[in-house]
Design a protein around this ligand. Structure first.
Ligand SMILES: *Cc1c(COP(=O)(O)O)cnc(C)c1O
Length: 487
């Protein structure tokens, strides 16, 4: 099974090559030539006994030419997740919460970013070339830290992370600027996440002229546009189902609904891929915060980014261009029109999909939105009623799932971050005293709830700052070139 671009170029490449490139030469995203041709045995997969075995099975199907999958999965996950479970499923009230935040940075992106560097080193070895992969990543907060943690001191790789200077929480910022490792670099950009992401995309297109090759450097991306980021996320949808099966909550074939707090559309798209691989998925509920461009799209078939950008208490979802939606348009039968729609998005910030594509999408995806006020109310309510502490992103999904939950059909809410990453909003929501800074608030959250603070977030305030760059978005390319020449 080969990969092709969503924008229609003829070239087909193996998964290993697609992972190293990140983005296709025509600017499109890599997708499997055919999801139906995978002939994946979903039923056998959910009967696997461990997350490890399930991951090997799913990832071998999606990335068939990446060798040594068993070793790569072990290196990625063994001993790296608190409590030893990558994705524990908890029953909370009338629904289930799939906790994806027990990795090294307490955000769900750890699940994919723990294994992406393994895929890259393996893929480079298979290609038989020397040189270095330089990862460029724009982050709305969580990706950057998780990527640096994943790539830190992995041989043959280097990473530069750009984050919006005023778009991340104090805790997220502290996590990033204290990052250690000889091959990592972090830089603030004046602007919002979309500015940083557009800047990174521009660097990729400018550097397609081969200007970094003389330095032995090949660019790649750790954003969820990389297929090596997306594939590992498919695994936990199967895992959630296998847990429901194991505990007798479903019988094979019963539909399960998933509600996903959505930004760049990577996480929820992985659920769609799981479904196309044969997992009995009922609905995929796409939960947005006040930046509800996706909710509007699902309701109208028009994607329109021309709207105010809202800073919310769930900053990792403050996104107006959801890159991975392009893959869904392809899977939904968009064909050669996908390229036109993306051109319209670039030119006018807006496109309308065909009725056929819209019908395919709305059969599975359901929209919902939740503003900051409702988000905080939800955190308070879930804490009072179930003694369960959820972060702001998870609360958006919990709230939206209210509207879709059905009797006799499990609803799984994906929980994407530890509450301790967003202490001000969470503490305020449960009625705590907000005096002091975010670090004081984290301590108070421990006292008030008794929920333990993840180890990686303890002592953050006093860790040495190692990265202090802050630049204009026009200067991102020059910054990268300087870094490349310096080494
Ligand atoms: C990245 C992120 C999201 C959004 O996930 P997408 O794959 O971009 O849709 C949601 N919650 C948290 C905490 C995140 O870090």
């Amino acid at each position: 099974m080969k990969y092709q671009s969503t924008r229609g170029m003829d070239e087909r490449v193996g998964a290993a090559e697609a992972i190293l490139r990140g983005i296709a030469p025509d600017g499109g995203l890599y997708v499997p030539e055919s999801l139906d041709a995978l002939h994946f045995d979903a039923r056998a997969a959910v009967e696997e006994k461990s997350y490890h075995d399930l991951a090997v099975r799913v990832l071998s199907a999606l990335l068939p030419d990446v060798e040594n999958m068993d070793t790569l999965v072990r290196r990625a996950y063994e001993g790296k997740f608190a409590g030893g479970e990558v994705a524990p499923l908890k029953a909370v009230g009338d629904r289930y919460v799939l906790e994806l935040f027990h990795g090294p940075t307490s955000a769900f992106k750890d699940v994919a970013l723990s294994i992406l560097p393994q895929f890259m080193t393996q893929s480079r070895a298979q290609r038989g070339e020397g040189g270095e992969t330089l990862i460029l990543t724009a982050t709305s907060g969580d990706t950057g830290k998780a990527a640096m943690e994943g790539f830190c001191n992995v041989a043959g790789t280097r990473i530069i992370v750009f984050y919006p200077d005023s778009g991340v929480s104090a805790v997220q910022k502290a996590q990033m600027v204290t990052q250690e490792g000889d091959n990592v670099c972090v830089c603030a950009v004046r602007g919002n996440f979309d500015d940083a992401q557009s800047g990174v995309k521009k660097i990729f297109s400018v550097c397609a002229d081969g200007r970094l090759a003389p330095h032995g450097v090949e660019l790649s991306s750790a954003n969820s546009i990389n297929i090596g980021r997306l594939a590992p996320q498919v695994v936990y949808y199967f895992y959630a189902y296998s847990e429901l099966l194991r505990t007798g909550k479903v019988r094979w074939g019963d539909a399960v609904d998933f509600c996903v707090p959505t930004g760049n559309f990577g996480n929820i798209l992985a659920g769609y891929i799981a479904m196309r691989m044969g997992l009995p998925v009922g609905r995929l509920v796409c939960a947005s915060n006040a930046n509800d461009v996706l909710a509007d799209f699902l309701e109208t078939g028009v994607y329109d980014r021309n709207r105010p950008f809202h800073k919310t208490v769930s900053p990792s979802m403050d996104i107006l261009i959801s890159s991975n939606l392009e893959r869904l348009l392809h899977f939904a039968g968009g064909g050669s029109e996908v390229k036109d729609w993306m051109a319209q998005l670039a030119a006018d910030g807006r496109y309308r999909v065909s009725d056929a594509v819209r019908a395919h999408i709305t059969k599975v995806f359901a929209p919902g939105r939740c503003d900051d006020e409702k988000t905080c109310e939800t955190i308070g309510k879930v804490w009072r009623e179930h003694h369960y502490l959820c972060d702001t992103h998870t609360a958006v999904a919990w709230n939206v799932s209210d509207r879709y939950i059905e009797k006799d059909r499990p609803m799984v809410v994906l929980s994407t971050a530890s509450a301790y990453k967003f202490p001000a909003a969470v503490l305020g929501a449960i009625g705590g005293d907000l005096s002091g800074d975010e670090f004081d608030q984290m301590e108070r959250l421990v006292e008030l709830t008794g929920v333990p603070m993840p180890k990686n977030l303890q002592g953050l305030r006093t860790r040495a700052v190692r990265h202090e760059n802050c630049i204009e978005r026009e200067d991102m390319l020059a910054f990268v070139e300087r870094q490349v020449k310096r080494a």
